[in-house]
Design a protein around this ligand. Structure first.
Ligand code: BGC
Length: 430
């Protein structure tokens, strides 16, 4: 069997049918905004991105991602430049091997807040998980993604939980404002890009997980009655849960091996926590189907897990002598096969990423005047560091194709520490 036959047998295609998938994204975005179900949660952030950001006012920021928890104090100086102090990085509670109970989870956050808790009465809390936000910016965790182990926190108000834990420790009560990392990234892009006079803003993350936020007319947010129809607000799409991308046998086998089968299907196809796992299924099935030499196939079948970084490095250069492929008995033909099998996964991911960004940009109905493009702020190591398939430039090329052909002008920018900066903005304007 050759690689093409192998892909056909396992229902895998590297080509993404952009028009079809964009239509499905749009349909499900409407469903999510009207609370009629679908795989996109379309969570209102209750943040009006047009509010002015006060200067010289310190705010505490917390950034809870899939791997790290960052704490700092930041403010915008008189020129609007971000200043940051007391920056500390800790492992994200619940990402170790042990499961954490609810109290231990909040206590860990509270302990990290103790050194900075007298610097401001407010905390901008970037919480990078599907979380329903209340109009006063607390957040109820809907479910975990990124394989975090703290089941007792699901369904709870995380801002209030952290605030209570800190008060128990030292009597200090802080107001914790919760927002998603894509919302924070959008706001960070807005605060950094004022001089360009963009017409719209999108915040996209491709790191451990993936997701996107954009600005929607309040009138379209049918599931929340009583919003001012003349204004707009930021919407967290939770696009990692999109179920409209065709799944191959590799995706299905990998999904079944995770702690949350059926959840985050799109994220499992493109993000850093998972692409290595899908790649491992590809290599194993290729080994079973006789695409590798016998010694290489035996070694592939013994793989127990595969980090995205190791898989990417191997596909980009199958002579690498570290990671999971160390000491594998590979012939040059095996290496050629590994590249031919692995690279299409990154090609597909680039196509899916472009469709995801385009769906939000189109939805924002901006960028029609070349003088005022849409500002797409992108954050996340998978986007910037993936080496295989010319990943980043492939996404950009695809976006130029999809948006360019629709007459939409856009710009892609990155902002240092976007989730923290955006959380500062949110805490200060709310
Ligand atoms: C979470 C999103 C988050 C994204 C990027 C996903 O797993 O569900 O809330 O924005 O990862 O960090």
């Amino acid at each position: 069997m050759n690689v093409n036959e192998f892909f056909k047998k396992h229902n895998f295609s590297q080509n993404v049918c952009a028009d079809e998938m964009l239509a499905e994204f749009d349909r499900q975005m409407d469903l999510g905004l009207s609370a009629a179900g679908g795989s996109l949660k379309m969570i209102p952030a209750y943040i009006d991105a047009d509010r002015a950001v006060p200067t010289n006012t310190p705010i505490i920021v917390l950034d809870a991602g899939g791997t790290n928890l960052r704490v700092a104090v930041l403010w915008f100086d008189s020129c609007g430049k971000v200043r940051m102090e007391d920056f500390k990085k800790h492992p994200m509670p619940g990402t170790g091997s042990e499961e954490l109970d609810e109290d231990s989870f909040y206590n860990a956050f509270a302990e990290f807040l103790v050194p900075v808790c007298r610097r401001s009465a407010n905390v901008g809390f970037c919480f990078s998980y599907p979380t329903e936000i209340t109009p006063d910016l607390d957040g109820r965790l809907l479910h975990w993604t990124k394989q975090v182990k703290a089941p007792g926190v699901v369904g709870k108000m995380v801002g209030a939980g952290i605030s209570r834990a800190l008060e128990r420790i030292n009597g200090i009560k802080l107001s914790v404002k919760v927002l998603n990392d894509t919302v924070a990234t959008l706001l960070a892009g807005k605060s950094a890009g004022l001089s360009r006079r963009y017409s719209g803003y999108v915040g996209f993350i491709l790191g451990t997980g993936t997701n996107i936020a954009y600005i929607e007319d309040n009138a379209a947010v049918k599931k929340v009655p009583g919003l001012d129809p003349s204004r707009k607000m930021v919407i967290n799409v939770e696009s990692g849960n999109f179920d409209g991308a065709p799944a191959s046998d590799f995706d299905k086998a990998f999904d079944a091996s995770t702690q949350d089968p059926g959840v985050g299907l799109f994220e499992k196809m493109i993000s850093g926590a998972y692409m290595g796992g899908v790649g491992m299924q590809m290599l194993k099935m290729a080994a079973q189907d006789g695409l590798f030499s016998k010694p290489a196939a035996d070694a592939m079948l013994k793989l127990e897990n595969l980090e995205t970084k190791d898989f990417d490095n191997f596909v980009a250069n199958p002579f690498v002598a570290d990671g999971m492929f160390e000491n594998m008995p590979l012939t040059d033909d095996d290496r050629r096969t590994a590249m031919a099998v692995g690279e299409p996964l990154f090609v597909r991911a680039a196509g899916l990423t472009a469709v995801n960004i385009a769906a939000a940009v189109i939805r924002s109905k901006t960028g029609t005047d070349p003088l005022h493009p849409v500002c797409v702020t992108v954050d996340g190591s998978t986007y910037y560091k993936t080496r295989s398939a010319f990943f980043k430039s492939r996404v950009e090329e695809k976006l130029r194709e999809i948006l360019g052909s629709r007459g939409i002008c856009f710009d892609i920018i990155s902002v240092d520490d976007a989730p923290m900066v955006g959380s500062g903005v949110a805490g200060l304007i709310s």
